[in-house]
Design a protein around this ligand. Structure first.
Ligand code: UD1
Ligand code: MG
Length: 451
């Protein structure tokens, strides 16, 4: 049977147009609304500046980006469904029978549930900015926010099978059905992505630049699946094994349903990622060193949720996690402080020296010596060069550790530097991480999966 032409490609142009508008709106609105945020008490002090106590900086300005983002996505809905809308109008006007294109209710529910998830994340982030919600209270909220997404996932395919990596096939077979565990995994994904940006924060531009690099990586990955007029193949010879990566290839009526669906999913992801890059870049302009606006938890939660939405709805959560390597590292490193094994000060940002304008690793002091497990973990981290420990010269017991964040690790490894260099180091690491992610996903996948 002949497939109708892919409906969504023209909508992509509308999406690009709306994204440009969203970028301009954010660039304009952030300085315009800053004073109103300060007046409402939403302000913070730039901890790593000499003027830290004098100049208040508007905080939670991610709310502006989040609002522009969600409004852009809402305005885009009619464009995303323009083909079925037109088909319905045709049927009304037609004198004789025209095949009706069934309205894609499923895609509409994917779209609406995603926007719902983003709204809950924005609300949670903003409440956290205003009320400083406790960890144990805010951790489960993204899990609940992901229920609409998971319900939609269940309604259509409910595919909870995962392909078993080659080395384990003799135990589990080719496919393993994770069932409810798969839903648990997807709901944890939203908790992880929202919080992981928030704990890699505190220097100008850090929160938003992570989101931009990951969003651009997701966009690049999506583009590989679009039906380009010309396709390309990359022959690879890795470790003696020859594989061929194939991208693009003209859209043909004979394209199988499976690949058609794949294109649709990656278009959906583009519809969410393009405006995200737009509002984040607009924000970055004002958040770059020296920052005139702070993102607040609102931006961290909103961007994190946007990633888990596309990862779940477009079915590439494993590839997505590869783009989160620096965040995963920072989370694992932070665990002893997050789970109370090591004291965790309110701010773990690096230490600022006003005389030299340089940052050095900040520290956490032990009021009483850490227990055996904490000592063991810290010693391991120190051996790997992630932290620096200070111990009592007489008893040999630990007295102090550098805070367990990737930012402090950069300072330990590379030496003291100013805030701008540190954020550039972070961006560079994120980009290198994405490069590695693409390599693992497309060049090494044959080691663990066939085809
Ligand atoms: C998280 C981190 C905390 C870090 C903080 C910085 C954990 C467990 N928590 O806490 O260690 O210190 O983020 O965002 O890892 N700020 C700056 N410069 C910036 C951005 C923020 O000085 O570029 C300061 C401002 O004073 C701002 C405050 O950080 O008001 C915002 O902190 P908040 O987002 O409330 O901290 P948490 O997310 O709770
Ligand atoms: Mg925060």
């Amino acid at each position: 049977p002949l497939l109708e032409p892919l409906p969504s490609i023209p909508a992509l142009y509308s999406c690009i147009g709306i994204s440009i508008f969203a970028f301009l709106m954010t660039v304009y609105l952030i300085p315009a609304l800053g004073p109103a945020f300060i007046k409402a008490g939403l302000k913070g002090h730039d901890l790593l500046k000499t003027y830290r106590f004098e100049v208040p900086i508007p905080e939670s300005m991610g709310l502006v980006s989040a609002s522009v983002y969600v409004l852009s996505l809402i305005c885009f809905i009619p464009f995303a469904f323009s083909t079925p809308i037109r088909a319905h109008a045709n049927v009304k006007n037609a004198k004789e029978g025209i095949t009706v294109v069934e309205f894609p209710h499923y895609q509409l529910s994917v779209y609406l549930s995603s926007i719902l998830g983003l709204l809950i994340a924005t609300m949670l982030g903003f409440l956290d900015d205003v009320f400083d919600i406790r960890w144990r209270h805010k951790l489960p909220i993204p899990i609940i926010a992901s229920i609409p997404l998971l319900m939609v996932y269940y309604a259509e395919h409910g595919n909870t099978n995962v392909v078993v990596p080659l080395p384990f096939r003799f135990i589990f077979g080719n496919l393993i059905n994770l069932g409810p565990l798969y839903y648990l995994y997807m709901s944890m994904l939203s908790t992880f992505s929202t919080n992981s940006f928030n704990i890699l924060a505190g220097i100008n531009g850090s929160e938003v630049s992570q989101a931009i690099v990951i969003a651009l990586s997701v966009i690049l990955n999506d583009l590989l699946y679009l039906p380009w007029p010309i396709g390309f193949r990359i022959p690879l010879h890795l470790l003696g094994n020859r594989t061929e990566l194939e991208f693009g290839g003209a859209w043909s009526a004979g394209m199988s349903y499976g690949s058609r669906e794949l294109v649709e999913r990656h278009l959906f992801s583009l519809y969410f990622m393009l405006p995200l890059v737009a509002v984040c870049t607009g924000f970055m302009y004002h958040n770059w060193y020296p920052a005139r606006a702070f993102p607040g938890d609102t931006l961290c939660y909103m961007t994190g949720m946007a990633f888990s939405v596309v990862g779940i709805q477009a079915h590439f959560s494993k590839t997505l996690l590869l783009f989160f390597m620096p965040q995963i590292f920072n989370f694992l490193l932070s665990c002893p402080q997050l789970f109370g094994l090591v004291p965790c000060p309110r701010h773990r940002v690096p230490h600022f020296n006003p005389e030299t304008n340089l940052l050095s690793p900040s520290t956490a002091k032990f009021e009483k010596p850490p227990n055996k497990l904490a000592t063991l973990i810290l010693r391991l981290f120190a051996t790997l060069g992630f932290v620096k420990l200070t111990s009592d010269s007489k008893t040999g017991k630990l007295t102090e550790t550098t805070n367990l964040t990737i930012l402090n690790t950069f300072l330990i490894v590379l030496g003291d530097m100013n805030e701008k260099s540190l954020v550039k180091t972070l961006i560079g690491t994120q980009i290198a991480g994405s490069g590695l992610a693409f390599f693992i996903r497309y060049a090494l996948a044959w080691l663990v999966y066939d085809g």
